[in-house]
Design a protein. Structure first.
Ligand code: ZN
Length: 463
């Protein structure tokens, strides 16, 4: 290992790598889900060329490397294990180009999401991907985890927002796939190997992101419904009426709404006690006609009886109050603790049956368990938070029940957070043995020495 560090410093200069006590204590040790170990060394490349040299040398030394972005992941995918070298993209934070004709922004992988959003905004454009970690999460990490977030329904996940990228393979080969064209069927779509593979197949160094005209209007409403069938009817009506402008359709089950109101400082926009609440949002291009169309949708849904109540936000403050309910899990540490949270997806039509089954199975294991359900239903994604006053907290047993129920309803154990290490044991609940075998074949073909983020997504691939 001494040789490797010397080789790195000789090749790229002494400030390219920090070792031992020079490694910042917290910055490289944990993400939002998991505390790992402090890497014995961290490399800070300034370019794809540097990344190439670092990986080539690590590959020669059979040194395990964990790529790190903003450390806001929710699955432990960027957390180091014993003896691993971290590769931090933090010095590669430049925005290189905005091309309005192509509708693209070319960026280095270490730029923060918020910086990208602000740069698009200054160009009177929108980079639509948005999530809570925006201030620190980096676009390279967002790409390698195929991040989702709040506007997937309208604009897609990270995968749909990336036209091209540059990535470095474990042997140091630089793959230039910096495509700007929406249509390009010349052979395999290689960027997809690196998007969502959580840094196990290559290190993304540069991205061509899609940017869009900025919406001129936002319409938001909070509504209630009597049944899940009515919620689905409202979704269909919203899609028809808003014709592509629908940007959020967040459903909250009654038990979630009960817990959410505990942390609200202002009065509730709608009284509690209804079986379902829906936060619906549309982004449009014409403030006057958009408002009319949106209010018409809510009125029609009330008339048809698919909604029992509904309030349309008359100000930004109103809209923020609606979103505060939906975002209340941020406060659950104070109001609903101890708990464990889940990010899963299911076929839309079966979500409510799944919720009932999951709630029942948890209750039969622990009579006084609580569980709440909410999420981006139109993306088939729901989040679950399970709370139980028990010491020690039976996290693993709760996970088994929830993921087994997901498996029984043919859902996915990870909708938007990835597998990392925290969901390793449950990958097979959502993927067939043949699919997992193909993933291993790809991994070993591209990374035969298994140096790149080993142990993540697929676990041990050497056996
Ligand atoms: Zn979510």
């Amino acid at each position: 290992m001494i040789n490797l560090i010397d080789d790195l410093k000789n090749a790229l200069g002494s400030d390219i790598v920090k070792t031992g006590d020079e490694v910042p204590e917290h910055q490289h040790t944990k993400d939002f889900a998991l505390r790992g170990v402090r890497p014995f060394a961290v490399a800070y490349p300034r370019s794809a060329g540097d990344v190439s040299v670092i990986l080539r040398l690590c590959n020669q030394h059979h040194q395990a490397v964990v790529p790190q972005g903003g450390m806001t992941g929710l699955a432990g995918g960027a957390v180091a294990a014993e003896g691993q070298l971290a590769l931090s993209l933090s010095r590669m934070g430049e925005i290189e180009e905005i091309d309005l004709a192509a509708g693209t922004m070319t960026v280095q992988a270490g730029v923060a999401l918020q910086t990208v959003q602000e740069a698009a905004d200054r160009a009177d454009m929108l980079f639509p991907l948005d999530l809570g970690g925006r201030g620190s999460c980096q676009v390279g990490g967002m790409a390698s985890t195929n991040a989702g977030g709040n506007r997937v329904l309208r604009y897609g996940m990270a995968r749909a927002l990336i036209l091209g990228l540059e990535a470095v393979l474990p042997d140091g080969t630089i793959i230039n796939n910096l495509n700007k064209m929406l249509k390009n069927n010349a052979g395999y779509d290689l960027k997809q190997l690196f998007i969502g593979s959580e840094g196990t197949l290559g290190v993304i160094t540069r991205l061509i992101l899609r940017i869009f005209p900025k919406p001129r209007s936002v319409s938001t409403a909070l509504c209630s419904s009597r049944s899940y069938a009515d919620v689905l009817a409202f979704l269909q009506l919203s899609n028809q009426t808003l014709a592509g402008a629908l940007s959020a359709f967040e459903v909250m089950w009654a038990d979630f709404y009960e817990v959410a109101q505990r942390s609200q400082k202002r009065g509730l926009p709608l009284p509690s006690g209804e079986p379902f609440y829906v936060l619906v949002e549309a982004l449009g291009g014409d403030p006057l006609s958009d408002k009319e169309k949106f209010e018409g949708l809510i009125a029609r849904a009330l008339e048809d009886g698919v909604l029992t109540d509904g309030v349309v936000a008359q100000s930004l403050r109103d809209a923020e109050a609606f979103w505060a309910l939906r975002d209340s899990p941020g406060e659950f540490r104070q109001t609903y603790w101890p708990n464990t949270a889940f990010d899963v997806s299911l076929p839309i039509g079966e979500i409510d049956d799944f919720v009932e089954a999951c709630r029942d199975r948890l209750r039969s294991a622990w009579p006084d368990v609580n569980s709440v359900y909410f999420g981006h239903i139109a993306d088939s994604n729901i989040h679950i938070v399970v709370q139980l006053d028990q010491k020690p907290f039976p996290k693993r047993a709760i996970e088994e029940i929830v993921y087994e129920t997901v498996r029984d309803y043919r859902g996915s154990v990870s909708a938007e957070h990835g597998i990392g290490v925290v969901k390793l044991d449950f990958l097979e609940f959502s993927r067939t043995p043949e699919e997992i075998a193909l993933m291993r074949t790809l991994k070993l073909a591209i990374d035969p020495h298994n140096i790149l983020n080993p142990g993540k997504v697929l676990g041990d691939v050497s056996s």
